[in-house]
Write a protein that binds this ligand. Structure first.
Ligand code: HEC
Length: 144
């Protein structure tokens, strides 16, 4: 059951990316570019949640500039990181609409490689990439 569900999300992620037609320059992109490529379709380029795909979702993509405000002044980097990778599933029950990025980013980073060394290197690369996105989101937090 679990495996089946994550397959579905992977397919959704792939579709979203196919539509955005981007990610060709993964290696040279900054966190901001990653955000524009992977996240802006739903969360919008300014991260406020009203991206072009938002209307097709049943859940409203949250305003990512107010994560800290919603958590009463704390920005939990680890929670955001885990959420993006798919390590932390929905707070409430129900299905997650946001793609699970972990597997997809790993596949990208592996680039067809199959060895353990390649997998370890890919894992490091994904960690770095996602931490970059988390820091980028943190830099957008509205204080008031
Ligand atoms: C297909 C649309 C879609 C894409 C693409 C997407 N998200 Fe989301 N995101 C959502 C939705 C919808 C939610 C609300 C929770 C859910 O999925 O059920 C959400 C929730 C979140 C949350 C939780 C916010 C909170 O307040 O708890 C974070 C953080 C987040 N997204 C970051 C990202 C990042 C970073 C990316 C790009 C790597 C991304 N999202 C790409 C739709 C998307």
């Amino acid at each position: 059951m679990k495996a089946h569900r994550s397959m579905t999300v992977t397919v959704v992620a792939a579709t979203v990316l196919a539509c955005s037609g981007a990610f060709a320059h993964a290696d040279s992109t900054t966190a901001r570019d990653d955000f524009r490529t992977l996240c802006a379709e739903c969360h919008n380029a300014d991260a406020k949640g009203n991206g072009p795909l938002a209307a097709n979702l049943t859940k409203v993509p949250p305003d990512l500039t107010r994560i800290k405000q919603r958590a009463h002044g704390t920005f939990d980097r680890k929670a955001v990181y885990d959420w993006i990778l798919g390590l932390k599933m929905t707070q409430s029950h129900g299905t997650r609409e946001m793609p699970v990025w972990g597997d997809w980013l790993m596949d990208e980073a592996m680039d067809g490689g199959t060895s353990l060394a390649e997998a370890k290197a890919a894992e490091k690369q994904v960690e770095h990439q996602v931490m970059g996105i988390v820091r980028y989101i943190e830099s957008l937090q509205i204080e008031d």
